[in-house]
Design a protein around this ligand. Structure first.
Ligand code: NAD
Length: 365
């Protein structure tokens, strides 16, 4: 059956990195014998310039009609003075809300050939490979009442049982496919909302006896991530804590150009690099495509249940890095600096090599 993917390249380097990701997806599809149909729509500044709004109803409908959405990035200097609701970034918030994307997933994986680029010591960072599940549509960012007056400001951190259960289930299922450990991060020593969080997570854990659950306070978690990141496998946390912890986790493992993300809902899913539209390098053909390609790998895993394809893509990226190929954002003295296209071609070439090696392995069994 043909699967439909909506492409939203957006602004700046968005179209450049999405082109790379699509080339990889097409290649994987051919190898694995599956069919994808792509539909490309405008989003962000380019949509504003064309239609007078950063997100049209037609674009949204195309997303509703698809099996997965792959987004590049939005924004740029040109649109900075627009009113809030017309800014390119407003499209992202509307899209995430309309698609009901309640779980944001960000892997923190160090590629062995980039250990020297980390801000942490080699022996601390080497081998780090965990994933942060951040609740995305609830908690203090959305809770009512909220506001401020001259003398006080207030927000409400609120979670309901179903909101906690649905993201906990996703995180436990992922832990089952990984190393089988899950750390739930909260502030249950101070916040009642965290006490409910902890209780519901513990109850959910009973359905996953093969996953080992532990709890950690958020202040300790922040410390542990920089002290000993290897101890983590899956981190599950709320919107506010996840916002902070996923940024720390991402940055200790590499540059912005390397970091993929997935946002999942009950029916829809969106995949996007963590970085923005990088207007300073747009159009030069030098953007790092790895974040977008790794986002496509997450799409294979979470939307199409093709974990093997996902693994092969990540291995192909790792191999290209081991071959010394770098875009300028991750290059160090002595590295071979290549273009977006060259790095993409190398990753596709590596995919073929690894795929063929593994196929031969099967035949010789
Ligand atoms: P940015 O992520 O676009 O760029 C920050 C720095 O990282 C720049 O020097 C850029 O050149 C570099 N960089 C980012 N991605 C790279 C890549 N793939 N390869 C090589 N270098 C890369 O953040 P910014 O400069 O703060 O924001 C630029 C615009 O992007 C703004 O309009 C902002 O609102 C928007 N933005 C959009 C998203 C999104 O679409 N999800 C996220 C963040 C920022």
């Amino acid at each position: 059956m043909t699967k439909k993917i909506t492409l939203l390249p957006g602004d700046g380097i968005g179209p450049e990195v999405i082109e790379s990701a699509v080339n990889v997806i097409k290649h994987v599809a051919e190898k694995f014998g599956i069919q994808f149909e792509f539909e490309t729509r405008l989003i962000g500044g380019i949509s504003y310039d064309t239609y007078g709004t950063p997100l049209t109803d037609e674009t949204l409908q195309t997303c509703y009609d698809s099996d997965a959405v792959l987004l590049g990035a939005v924004g740029g200097y040109k649109w900075e003075e627009l009113p809030h609701h017309l800014k390119p970034e407003a499209a992202l918030l509307k899209l995430r809300k309309s698609l009901g994307l309640f779980a944001n997933i960000r892997p923190a994986k160090i590629y062995s050939s980039l250990v020297d680029s980390s801000s942490l010591k080699k022996e601390v960072i080497n081998g780090t490979d965990f994933v942060v599940f951040r609740e995305l549509t609830g908690g203090i960012y959305f809770g009512e009442p909220r506001g401020y007056d001259n003398d006080k400001g207030w927000n409400t951190m609120i979670y309901t049982r179903p909101e906690i259960e649905r993201i906990a289930k996703l995180a436990f299922e992922t832990a089952q496919r990984r190393k089988g450990t899950l750390t739930s991060v909260d502030k249950a020593n101070v916040l009642e909302v965290s006490q409910l969080w902890r209780k519901v997570v513990a109850e959910t854990a009973k359905n996953y006896p093969d996953v080992e659950l532990s709890n950690m306070y958020v202040d300790n978690a922040a410390m542990q991530i920089v002290k000993d990141p290897k101890q983590f496998d899956v981190i599950l946390t709320s919107n506010l804590f996840g916002d902070i912890l996923s940024d720390i986790s991402g940055m200790i493992t590499g540059s912005l150009g390397m970091l993929p993300s997935a946002s999942l809902g009950t029916r829809y899913s969106l995949y996007e690099p963590v970085h923005g539209s990088a207007p300073d390098i747009a159009g030069k053909g030098i953007a790092n495509p790895i974040a977008a390609i790794a986002s496509a790998a997450m799409m294979f895993e979470h939307s199409f249940e093709m974990g093997k394809a996902s693994e092969l893509i990540i291995e192909s990226i790792e191999k290209a890095l081991k071959q010394g190929l770098r875009t300028s954002d991750i290059a160090q003295k002595g590295d071979k600096v290549v273009t977006t296209q060259d790095l993409t071609k190398a990753i596709i070439g590596n995919f073929d090599l690894i795929y063929n090696e593994q196929a031969l392995g099967v035949f010789t069994l």
